[in-house]
Structure formats: structure tokens, C-alpha cells
Design a protein around this ligand. Sequence first.
Ligand code: WTA
Length: 651
Amino acid sequence: MNAQIDHALEEIRRFRPSPEFAAQAVADEGLYDAARADRLEFWADQARTLLQWEKPFTRTLDWTNPPFAKWFDDGELNVAVNCLDRHVEAGLGDRVAIHWEGEPGDSRDITYAELTDEVKRAANTLTDLGVGEQDRVAIYLPMIPEAVVAMLACARIGAIHSVVFGGFSADSLASRIDDAEASVVITADGGYRKGRVFPLKPVVDEALGKAEGGTVRNVLVVRRGENEVDWNADRDLWWHETVATASNEHEAKGFEAEHPLFILYTSGTTGKPKGILHTSGGYLTQAAFTHRNVFDLHPERDVYWCTADVGWITGHSYVVYGPLANGATQVLYEGTPDTPHPGRWWEIVEKYGVTILYTAPTAIRSFMKLGRQIPHEFNLRTLRLLGSVGEPINPEAWIWYRHVIGGGSIPVVDTWWQTETGAIMISALPGVTDLKPGSAQVPVPGISIDILDDDGTAVEGEGGGLLVATEPWPSMLRGIWGDPERFKETYWEKFGDKYFAGDGARRDEDGDIWLLGRVDDVMNVSGHRLSTAEIESSLVAHPWTAEAAVVGASDETTGQAVVAFVILKASQVSHATDPFEASEELRKHVATQIGAIARPRQVFIVNELPKTRSGKIMRRLLRDLAEGREVGDTTTLADTSIMEVISAQVR
Ligand code: WTA
């Protein structure tokens, strides 16, 4: 049976790098050789080559007090200078750093010289507001250039930023402000989303009413939405009256490599979000290294676009720090993919001649749902590399991405990493690695990954296990803000000095790694291990399916049973397929593709799936439904009313 399952999951297509791509590729086999020969020397070399140090380091790693790592700790650098000034000093001041596109269609091109100037002004403003080294600044902004400026201004003066995604509620913002004890909040009156202005400043006002700490002295407000806002003259300041008029002279000093750079809150298995702490030298080294090598960045000619919001780790490492450290030219887009029309993203690719696109499988699958005619209306021929992040990309979506968006022959890299890892950990290197749709493939050079069973024994062959990092890495989290015990418990208790990622994974016979979803999403059906991701992949491979989510529901007979929630493609719905018939067909399909053991107990045909604002499906809520319980906490859903709609359909 297991052999049958494995066989069905084995995606047989392999794509060798084209000789033309390989000939110009940034990465080469030598990176793996160098990292294998001396991992620490490899990272030291990257840190020296990719970054500018005010004071060179002599120590690479201090791991004498695990799990508290120190990288390059006797060196000093300024992260903002690495992202800005040094490029200007190298004569690249006129290069566009950001092609910014507002949702209503307004746009701005900002050069490295201009961005540097603006960051210096903002740094002076923050200093004037009394923000000092190690002080926390909360940033609650839409995807406008000021978000990047605010982050870099903090970095420049050694303050710690805590970016809170603009879609989070006043409550979430308040608890994050309190936990970090932020003294300043940087926000906007509002931003554009789905053709409308969504208010931000009013949410900040509400949050500050709720925050118990009373730590916030000032709110700095960018004018963007032009919506009405209340004003507290003792506390609130306009960006255009302070930053815009501040001096653009600012001498940046070097900070120790382990100086904290930012806190970013992420949800764990329990209710309270964790403030993941990242520091400077190691973080920037790995962000820059992976951005250059995984995306094959040629900064002098590429136009790079990562569609993530700066409110998430992908926005931190692959919109702000990685690309700017590498002197890249990038697109920053404020709005939603389908405003004012469903081809908006592809219009932007055409407008700026985007060459590298980095996005999430959930977006790719939504585009698949809409059909290929939409991207086909635009010229996407400038694209030469595609990236994916955030969840396993099912082979069908991988192939669609490569063919419909990429024109059929360009590399697609599936990158595995986490808020905690800070930067990409597992990915193919384009031009070097043969690509395998559905697999994240291999650890990046200098990263040590293993798959262990519950007792810490390495899982050999194709059996699944728990993904761990066996050696510290430069961009690893340095802790959970204010909670060292939770840091140890969550990640280090299980396997001692090995980092427990919380993901299931397996290795195929080529040594390629397949991610199987969070371990809490792994099901055990009649003693067989099944992954939600695997069954979802099978479901979406069926021509009728647009999207699918699978949960393991407790079952008297089999321990757990597979329950699936499926959205049918619009074309299928218009053919008035009977939901009962569709559900039977899909159950059969999974049984044939994977094996009878994987046949879902139920397939519910629904119109929507519960998603967080970052697009992740909240399987926990679906499990509640599948197990006939009252649906749990829905506050992190993008649309909190969705569960009622789904419940009604399931009944
Ligand atoms: C999942 C996002 C499979 C994984 C950068 C991880 C992935 C969690 C992939 C982290 C991928 C991310 N393939 N799963 N390529 N990338 N994940 O912190 O479960 O928002 O633990 O960081 O997303 O999510 P986070």
C-alpha cells in the first residue's frame, strides 16, 4: 500500500537547466563544494564578500551556549548603509531601487540616491522623536515606499522595528505594541485595497486605546489615502511635515553584528503570537546570499518582483533586506492582484519588464482558476525565473506556473523557509539543480537539514519524518522577544541542539526533500501516515478542482479519517455538476491516484475556504467542522463570516 502511495506521488517530470541559463547563472556547483569543505569559512566568506563591515569580524560562530547563537559577533556593520549608501558610493545612485505602483495606477520610480536621502531624513526624524538604539518602533503601513523607508530608518539608528501587517485588527496591533513596548508607531491615514481606501490611522487610534502599556509617545502618519482622520496634536505628526523637512545629512554608525534588527510576530501552535527576533550581520548575510543565488540576480539588468507584503517575513527578507543589500531594481505594488481587473499583475510585469517573479502557490492557484487567457493578454516574455514560497506547491500548479506564466522553459524554484529561519533554507539553485515539480529539493549551500523520527533517529529512505536543521545558520532567529523559555521549548526541547521546524518531510531516492505540511496537519489513517498536502495535491490535479483543503478528522475506526473541502472550477459549476456526484468522483480519484487508504471519508463541495490574510488556509477551523464541533477562534481570518457560509454548505 505504501509503495502504491509513493508511486502515485512520484512526479516523474524532471527539468535540466538549459545550457544558456546555466552559462550565465550566478550560482555554480562550487558553492556546494566550498560549503561542504568548510561550512563556517563558507559563511564567513559570503559575509565578507556580500556585505560592507565598519569593523571586520574575526569570529564566525559562537555556539558555546546553545540555542543562543552568535554570528560574526566581533564585527560591526550598519544594515541601512549596506542596503543604500554603499551602492550610491559605488556610483549606482541613479539606479532605480523601487518601481512603485499604487493600486489606483499612480506610480513613482525611486533611485538608490533618493531612497538613501529619504531614509536619512526619516532617521533624523526618529532621533528627534527620542527613538534610541534598541527602542522599538511599530510599523503599520500599506505597501508604499515609506514602509521600506521606515524599516531602513530604524535599522540605520539601531532601533528595532516591529512591522504589523496592515490587515491586522486593532486588537492584534495593540497586543503587539504592548508585547514589544513600542514607543513610536509609523502608519498612514489609509491605503488602497480592492479599489477602496482602507483606513489605518483609525485602527491605530483604536489600538492605542486598547494597549495597556501606554508606551507609545508618538504616531507618525504618512498621507496616502486622504481619508478623514482624528488628530491628537500632542501625539500625532504628519510624515510630510516632519520627515520631508528633516535634514538629509545623517552619519550612520556601525552596530555589532548581533545588534537586534527586528521583531516579527508569527502565530504558533498556541494562541499568543510569538515575537521572532532577528539580528543584523548573520541575517543580512543569508538574506543577501540566498537572494542573489536562488533568484540568479544580475542587479545591473534584472527587474525583480516579490509580491509579498512587508508585513510578512518574505517582505522583510525578499522585498527589503535581500534585494536592497544586493542593489537590485524591484517592483513594489500596493494593491490586490485583481484590481481594477484580473490581469493587473501581468500588466505590471509587462509595464516594468519584470524578469524575476516570486510569489505564493495560493496566488498561482487563483490564477489557474481564472484561466490562462488572462495572463495571455500580456507580454510576459521578459520573465526568466519564477519562485514560490509559503506552502508546498502542487505539481499541477508548478507546471502551470512554468508554462502559462513562464512560457514553458524557465526555471521555477520552490523555496522552503520560515519566519524563524529568516531566509531561504531549502531550494534548487537555478542553472545548477535539475528541477522537480512539487519538491523543494535541496538545502542551500551552508545549510544542514535532516529528517528525523520522533526519537531523533534519522529517517532513511522514503519514510516521512520531522524536518530539522542540524547546525546553526546565520539568519536563524535569536529568540522569542521577552520569552527565552518559550524559545527553548518550542524549537529546541525536542531534539537538543537541533532546530525542530514543525514541518513533516521526506526524502526521495535522489535525496530531494518533499515537504509534507506542518506536523499538526499530518494524518494517521489506520496506522498509515498521510499528508494533507499530498491529498490536496491529488485533488487539485483533478480537472474539476480549483482549490482543495484536507484535514484529518478523528474517526472511531481508523483513528483519523481524511475529510476534504473542495472548490470546483467555475466551468464545472456552470455545467451544474451535482455536488454529490462531484464528491463521489473526487473520492474515487484520490483512491485511484494515491491508494484506497487515502480515499477521503467525505468531500464537501464548497464555494470558499477559510484563509488568513496572508492566504494560508486555516485547516484548524475545517477540522472543527469535520469533527462536528463548534468552530473555534476565527479572528485571524481575512473574512470572519466565511465559516458560516461554509458550515451551511457542509450541512
Ligand atoms: C510553510 C514563510 C512547503 C511551512 C516563508 C513552514 C512551505 C511555514 C514552504 C512557514 C515551501 C513555507 N514548501 N511549505 N516552499 N514555504 N512553507 O513563517 O509549513 O509564514 O513551516 O514563513 O510555511 O511560514 P512563515
